[in-house]
Structures are given as structure tokens and as C-alpha cells.
Design a protein. Structure first.
Length: 308
């Protein structure tokens, strides 16, 4: 089962115009817009799809209001689809779609799908930094971003009241691997075909169930700031950030998403291989964020003076 990563997230919303404005401001590229449908893409062509919440084609949401209604994972080949269908059909319905997606549900009832990936892998030039004794950027200025262009969809977070059962489903039935975890609180999982720290985070928040947030990777910390400042200027509300997670090492900035939950910019996440050793982390504020601004940041509007 060569699952390679997130392929598409489908939202059901009560305000298509606001959703369209949000994802456009966030930096995704509009690729389809018609009555009752809007589709937005990252640089690698993974997509966010938005439909009216009462669209009959949408799976039922597990939480009330605007929320993610389906999570579609990309696979390498039709043979992988066949293997997944054979595994899941042992104890649940698997429905093939005309669009090539096979659809089912996970342990907790979240609607999931699988399709042969249409992603176009991106290769970004590394950001050049100067450090003492080892300059990486010579006779050149550092990059400043006016806004962000998300390169890829990096991970999704689902509230999971039966955490052990949900982890077992993704690990044992679909081959996801545990990268790190808070015992009894949350598990960071990656798909078999990924080197990202996590593509799925399963979080226990009491008995709560539902979509929590969706993250997109940008090129560097400067683009996290560029994207976040642009979103703030457009009037969108920060959920948390900017900041940095010790787990995964990535920089982040979360915004409240009118489609439900939050949308996150992230960058510089850990790159892991088969040699990575999972670590148990204590669930503490300092392990969640090395540092963070609770209410965002703004562009500086003053000028430097001689006064101290």
C-alpha cells in the first residue's frame, strides 16, 4: 500500500464566497469555480475542494457546522488501490467512484478516500543563510515574501476520542508509521511513502470528535511570516502563531478557517527515514511550542531613530 500523502480535502460550508476569498488570500491557486464548487491547488497540485454544506454528494460530517467532509489520500498505482480496497472491505463498505477514488470510513467514521496521485513533486531551492565562518549567501540579499505560495499539503489533524483504536486502524490496516507521540494524548503518523515528520496527527481532546486543522508547507520561515502578515492584512484572524514546534521542529502560523478548524503555514519540518526512532513526549506547553505569539504579528510601521 504505497500511500504517498494527502491528495485532497473536501469541505462543506455555508458561505462559498468567504471560503473562496480565504483560500485565495492564503495563497492557493484557484483551478475551478462554478456554482456549488470551488477547487484550489498547491504548487504540487494537491487540492482543497469546497462545496455547499447541503450538497448531497458530501459525506456526513462528524461535527456540526462548516468542516472537512472527506480526506483523500494519494497512492502510487492502481495496484495500491486494489490492496487498500481488499483490506478495508474485510469489515466495512468500500465504494468505487467514477472519478477513480475508492471511498470508505476510518475507525471513528471519518470519510476517507484513496486515488492514484496526480501530484507534481516540487523541488525548491534551499534558502541561503549566513552563519559565522560559513557564509551561504554572498553578495546577495535575503528573501522577503509579500505573501505565501503553499508548496504542498503537509498534514491533517483529527480529534480522536478513541485514540488507541484510531491509531491501530491507520497503523495496522493502512501501514502508517508512528513518528512521535504523547502517550494517551496524541500520535504523529506518516504514510509509508513519505519522509515528512507527519501527514496525520491524531489528537485526543476528551470526547470531542471532528476536523481540527490542515497544514501546508511553504519554503522557509520567511515565507511563513510573509504569508501570515498578508493574511492578517486581509483581515483573517490568527489562531496561534507565528511560533515553532519542538516536535517536528517546524515553524508555524495558524489561522482560523471559515471552512472549519484552522489552516496552518509550516516550514522546516524534520525529514525522517527508516532510521528514525519514535520518541515519547510529555504533553506540556513547552513541548507544544518552543515559542509562539498568541495573537499574530504585524508589519512594523515605524522608522529607526537615534533615540534609545
Amino acid at each position: 500500500m504505497a500511500i504517498v500523502g494527502l491528495e485532497k480535502i473536501v469541505f462543506g460550508v455555508d458561505d462559498m464566497a468567504t471560503a473562496t476569498r480565504f483560500w485565495t488570500d492564503f495563497g492557493l491557486s484557484p483551478v475551478a469555480e462554478e456554482p456549488g464548487l470551488a477547487v484550489f491547488a498547491t504548487a504540487e497540485k494537491t487540492t482543497v475542494e469546497v462545496r455547499p454544506h447541503d450538497d448531497a454528494s458530501l459525506p456526513k460530517g462528524l461535527a456540526a457546522g462548516n468542516t472537512a467532509r472527506e480526506i483523500v489520500w494519494g497512492v502510487e498505482s492502481p495496484a495500491d488501490l486494489d490492496a487498500i480496497a481488499a483490506e478495508l472491505s474485510k469489515d466495512r463498505a468500500v465504494v468505487p467512484g467514477e472519478d477513480g477514488t475508492i471511498r470508505s470510513t476510518d475507525h471513528l467514521g471519518y470519510a476517507i478516500g484513496f486515488r492514484v496521485t496526480g501530484r507534481e513533486p516540487v523541488v525548491c531551492e534551499p534558502t541561503e543563510y549566513n552563519v559565522p565562518g560559513n557564509p551561504g549567501r554572498v553578495n546577495g540579499r535575503g528573501k522577503i515574501y509579500d505573501r505565501a505560495t503553499p508548496q504542498q499539503m503537509s498534514h491533517v489533524v483529527l480529534l480522536s476520542p478513541d485514540l488507541d483504536g484510531q491509531v491501530a486502524f491507520y497503523r495496522d490496516r493502512l501501514g502508517f508509521r508512528v513518528t512521535d507521540f504523547y502517550a494517551g494524548r496524541g500520535y504523529f503518523l506518516r504514510v509509508p511513502g513519505s519522509h515528512e515528520h507527519h501527514n496525520l496527527f491524531l489528537l485526543k481532546g476528551g470526547d470531542n470528535i471532528g476536523f481540527h486543522h490542515l497544514a501546508f508547507e511553504v519554503r522557509d520561515i520567511h515565507e511563513v511570516f510573509g504569508g501570515g502578515l498578508h493574511m492578517a492584512e486581509k483581515g483573517w484572524t490568527t489562531h496561534l502563531g507565528p511560533g515553532r514546534h519542538p516536535i517536528s521542529s517546524c515553524y508555524f502560523w495558524y489561522f482560523r478557517n471559515p471552512c472549519g478548524g484552522a489552516a496552518e503555514y509550516d516550514s522546516d519540518s524534520d525529514y525522517v527515514t527508516e532510521d528514525w526512532q519514535p520518541r515519547e513526549w510529555e504533553s506540556t506547553p513547552e513541548n507544544f511550542a518552543e515559542w509562539a505569539y498568541a495573537e499574530g504579528a504585524t508589519r512594523y510601521s515605524g522608522i529607526q531613530t537615534g533615540k534609545l
